[in-house]
Write a protein that binds this ligand. Sequence first.
Ligand code: GLU
Length: 274
Amino acid sequence: MIRTRFAPSPNGPLHLGHAFSAVVAHDRARKAGGEFLVRIEDIDTGRSRPYLAQQALDDLVWLGLEWQGEPVRQSARLASYGQAARQLREAGLLYPCRCTRAEIAAAATGTGPDGPVYPGTCRGRDIDPLGVAWRLDMEAARARSGPLEWLDEIAGPQVARPERFGDVVLVRRDEPASYHLAATLDDAADGITHVTRGRDLFEATHVHRLLQALLGLPVPVWHHHALLVEPDGQKLAKRRGSPSLADRRGAGEDGLALADALRDRRLPAGISFG
Ligand code: GLU
């Protein structure tokens, strides 16, 4: 049975791009007689706001999207992230890092899909592992995983190339996991068969595929959909004046009609697929 999810981070209000993403995930499952889940990615305690999580759920109801069961909250799953990190650490695949963002930017050996590639400064250093970030030793991880592939329903078969990211952070200094680790574990825990999300996360999938191999997790199919953009080609964002879904809802707009328009790829004036 097909199972998809929509996984908003409650650190800002949802906008039209999120609505499209949720409609795609919902319909992908429902048309195949499957299930659609909602996951609140509230692991970033510094930026997450409970009222934004509730607002996101209200937005989905307004759009007429029904999900299966109770929404999953990452904040309730911290123990499972800690356990996976321990497993990777015991396998010798993580090392502690206490470099600051500025130090990394200054010493970076290049730019990867996620920004500056970490130069490996802390690899092999004797570091007190308290209050530090933990990075994946990419070379060791690749030696262990061997070649990997993954399938995107839209873009077709892909050869995994996570090494372009360098030694990614899997456990943040202030959080028990990074997005990469938490999302990968949750998709497995929830039995997600089709990971539907925006094309902006396409590259991250190379890292997720590697983590699945290292942790012995099932491998889903991915579906990276097109992004909605402003006339200047930039992603929609409230700070650039795109009204949030809550704004639209508050102004009396019909959410069901909006969801249908998105299904038919009919977009409001000025918005297009990037
Ligand atoms: N929480 C992420 C976001 O709001 C989405 C993560 C995912 O779909 O894997 O951008």
